[in-house]
Design a protein around this ligand. Structure first.
Ligand code: G2I
Length: 457
């Protein structure tokens, strides 16, 4: 970042914009030469994967394995790597069914997502009854043993699954593991890293798709905290189980982008969408396009192959019907993946505008925008950084010449286009000297030329 100072204006209490630097890259994808004909091949065009959950009990079904072998390049064991399956008695490990899935995947050149090392649910009976230090040690031993057994074979592990509570608090879920101490999650991640340094380590949860939900915010803050303290975390899994009670949120892409902006990969790990026909197809299209629009959304896994294989079979939430025929939803996903590849179609530009205030009472601040632009829309994430003294409130001004804001988070905006003034909300007014806070907005049209400037208030 360039920085200019001028002694001649140093004592004048004015705001001066001093530097604007474009430090990002713009990538424009050429159209796909030949459309791919399977989900895995279509996803690979943009460097992504397309996976499915697999149940060992169905591997004798040739319709099932035929679709699996043909369509998917990533596999998750639906139940076979869970704690109750892999350690049925303490310190007696059992990998038979998991290995059947792992071996099939590896023989077919498919990668494997491991699910899940530590979870409050699906614990073996002996663990359910444990607590305190004994439980903490048993959990860490489990993580270490299982991740070591599969070292080098797993693309990404769901190290911890579903540790946050539903509802408005945004806090942790009560469980025997949580009661061993709030640091149980980071302890599990450290153990997993030590056991298999080559696997990506993910935190995985459901109902974390809507950016405005407290649970999403709680997970976001944990990942932010882990990144800031060097806890080894590489990815966030959004399970994305959708139905009429829990529809695909309008801000889904914003959620993916905001997690990605923390410096982690984002994966859609258990996708299913109840419904049928064109409405189901269009929801699948939206989810697929949202992932494609976020550079660090590295792949999508659906939670089963045929509707009849699903944990929610009556909701017909998958891409193949009970006979193994492709549904409209399948075609919409394939088309979206083909439209997205090769290469990311979105452009990511990072612009930094440095603004200084010379008012000795308030200190200065800087604003930097990271813009994710795609055809027809954008997400802007703006980082506000305090200068040499703490902020007790801040304002950022942006310019939207050819775009309109449709939603925003962590700031109040004065309008939706043209010059928009953003001001802090209660919880991010105070920013210590040299520290940062972020807010953002998404919109239709172009987010180019936002040119943010920051003032202390
Ligand atoms: O509930 C949907 C998913 C939510 N996220 C975590 C996933 O791990 C979870 O998957 C589901 C499986 O799809 C089900 O198949 O997890 C359930 C258990 O937590 C699985 O159900 C279990 C039944 O509860 C058992 O009774 C049964 O023995 O499946 C087992 C194997 O068929």
């Amino acid at each position: 970042m360039m920085r200019l100072t001028s002694k001649s204006v140093a004592l004048i209490p004015i705001i001066a914009t001093v530097a604007t630097v474009v430090i990002g890259a713009t990538l424009i994808a050429p159209p796909a030469a030949n459309a791919a004909t399977t989900l895995g091949a279509a996803a690979q065009q943009s460097g992504r994967y397309f996976g499915t959950a697999v149940a060992a009990g169905r591997l004798g079904d040739s319709t099932y394995t035929g679709i699996l072998n043909r369509e998917f390049d990533m596999v998750t064991a639906e139940n076979e790597m869970k704690m109750d399956a892999t350690e049925p008695n303490q310190n007696q490990f059992s990998y038979g069914n998991a290995d059947r899935i792992v071996n099939l995947a590896r023989n077919q050149g498919k990668r494997i997502r491991g699910h899940a090392l530590a979870w409050h649910s699906q614990q073996p009976r002996w663990m359910e009854n444990m607590s305190g230090t004994a439980l903490r040690n048993a959990m860490l031993n489990h993580v270490t043993q299982v991740a070591t057994y599969y070292r080098g074979k797993i693309y990404a592990w769901d190290v911890v699954n579903e540790a946050f509570a539903d509802g408005s608090g945004g806090g942790r879920r009560d469980s025997n593991l949580q009661r061993t101490g709030n640091d149980w999650i980071e302890a599990a991640f450290r153990a997993a890293r030590a056991a298999d340094p080559g696997a990506k380590l993910c935190y995985n949860d459901y109902n974390t798709d809507d950016w405005s939900h407290a649970k999403t915010q709680g997970v976001y803050r944990m990942v932010q905290d882990f990144k800031s303290r060097g806890v080894p975390i590489d990815c966030v899994g959004l399970q994305s189980h959708f139905n009429s009670q829990s529809p695909v949120p309008s801000n889904y892409q914003t959620t993916l982008q905001n997690f990605a902006n923390l410096g982690v990969d984002v994966q859609i790990t258990e996708l299913d969408i109840e419904g049928s026909g064109s409405s189901q197809a269009s929801n699948y299209d939206r989810v697929t396009r949202a992932c494609l629009a976020v550079t660090r959304c590295t792949g999508i896994t659906v939670w089963g192959i045929r509707d009849t294989d699903s944990w929610r079979a009556s909701g017909t939430p998958l891409l193949f019907d009970g006979n193994g025929n492709k549904k409209a939803a399948y075609n919409s996903v394939l088309d979206a993946l083909n439209a997205g590849g090769p290469g990311p179609t979105s452009t990511t530009t990072t612009t930094t505008t440095t603004t200084t205030s010379n008012d000795p009472g308030t200190g200065g601040c800087t604003a930097a925008v990271s813009l994710n632009q795609w055809n027809g829309g954008f997400v802007a994430t703006i980082k506000v950084t305090a200068g040499s003294s703490a902020l007790r409130g801040w304002r950022v001004t942006t310019t939207l010449s050819n775009g309109t804001v449709t939603s925003s988070w962590s700031a109040n905006g004065s309008g939706t286009s043209g010059t928009v003034n953003w001001s802090n909300v209660d919880y991010n007014a105070n920013v210590p000297a040299g520290q940062s806070t972020e807010f953002g907005f998404q919109g239709n049209g172009s987010g180019a030329g936002l040119n943010p400037s920051c003032t202390a208030s």
